[in-house]
Design a binder for this molecule. Structure first.
Ligand SMILES: Cc1cc2nc3c(=O)[nH]c(=O)nc-3n(C[C@H](O)[C@H](O)[C@H](O)COP(=O)(O)OP(=O)(O)OC[C@H]3O[C@@H](n4cnc5c(N)ncnc54)[C@H](O)[C@@H]3O)c2cc1C
Length: 237
């Protein structure tokens, strides 16, 4: 699909945690926006600074929603784009470029899928998961999603809803620094994978997040014998 300029209106910004927000955009032009699940858009940051620049954001809404784009962002207080995106008025028109990126889902009849994310790394993975479910993919898909603290967790109801409709989709949330009374999974996503990545030759993985988590996870997948072409990742920094 050709990269094009997109004119869109920020229709809603929903706070999800103390520093994570869902942004909903209505596309004004083109009439229909086509992309593949996993891709991203570049948003033009028009914060009054004469030096114009763009920042990348994964698309969370599915390709079936041709007139809307939803994304999910973490506020970086010392950054430039996110302080603007988390305060600009709803109703503001923004310019984007897209679709961009090669981090896209590969349908496979033989392989199960493990999605691995930390924080807002869920954004392209949720798009892939919901897109595959909408398309009737009945293969096993599991999401392991990591957070540092319980207060950082979001979208649990949304994941529960997907699981209730599509039981082939399952998920675990793992917390690396939980309170004593946390009854869920503990540790980093790589800890979970070390125990649960039991069929590396029948598995494909999609990894998204920031920092060492992506490189550490790729290294682990390679170490257990996964083929390079089954390891897909997007690094936010
Ligand atoms: C292909 C691609 C897709 C992306 N999609 C998303 C997305 O869907 N949601 C999203 O929140 N970000 C996403 N990012 C990151 C985003 O482009 C910005 O870098 C981020 O929002 C920070 O921008 P800023 O100008 O506010 O701060 P900057 O000054 O650019 O960033 C400061 C530092 O914050 C760290 N950082 C960047 N993003 C994150 C993050 N998500 N969580 C924790 N630390 C971070 C980095 O180490 C960076 O050096 C994506 C990046 C890429 C390359």
């Amino acid at each position: 699909m050709p990269i094009q300029a997109i004119s869109a209106k920020l229709t809603r910004r929903i706070p999800l945690t103390e520093n994570v927000y869902e942004l909903q955009f209505q596309i004004i032009n083109p009439e229909e926006f086509m992309f593949v699940s996993g891709q991203f858009i570049n948003i033009k940051v028009e914060d009054g600074n004469p030096k114009i620049f763009f920042r990348s954001y994964s698309i969370m809404s599915t390709p079936s929603q041709k007139n809307n784009i939803t994304t999910c962002i973490k506020l970086i207080p010392t950054g430039r784009a996110t302080p603007w995106l988390t305060t600009v008025a709803e109703g503001t028109n923004v310019t984007m470029m897209g679709p961009l990126g090669r981090f896209v889902f590969h349908e496979s009849a033989e392989k199960n899928t493990i999605f691995i994310a930390t924080g807002t790394g869920i954004t392209p993975l949720r798009c892939m998961i919901e897109d595959q479910m909408e398309k009737g993919n009945t293969s096993k898909m599991h999401l392991i999603w990591g957070f540092r603290f319980e207060k950082d967790i979001f979208y649990v109801q949304e994941l529960e809803k997907i699981h209730a409709i599509y039981p082939n989709f399952t998920y675990n949330i793992t917390v690396s620094r939980p309170e004593d009374n946390w009854t869920g999974t503990r540790g980093r996503v790589t800890d979970w994978l070390e125990t649960n990545l039991t069929t590396p030759l029948q598995t494909q993985v999609y990894i998204c997040g920031v920092g060492d988590m992506v490189t550490d996870t790729v290294t682990l997948c390679e170490k257990v014998g996964m083929a390079k072409e089954d390891i897909h990742f997007e690094k936010y920094d």
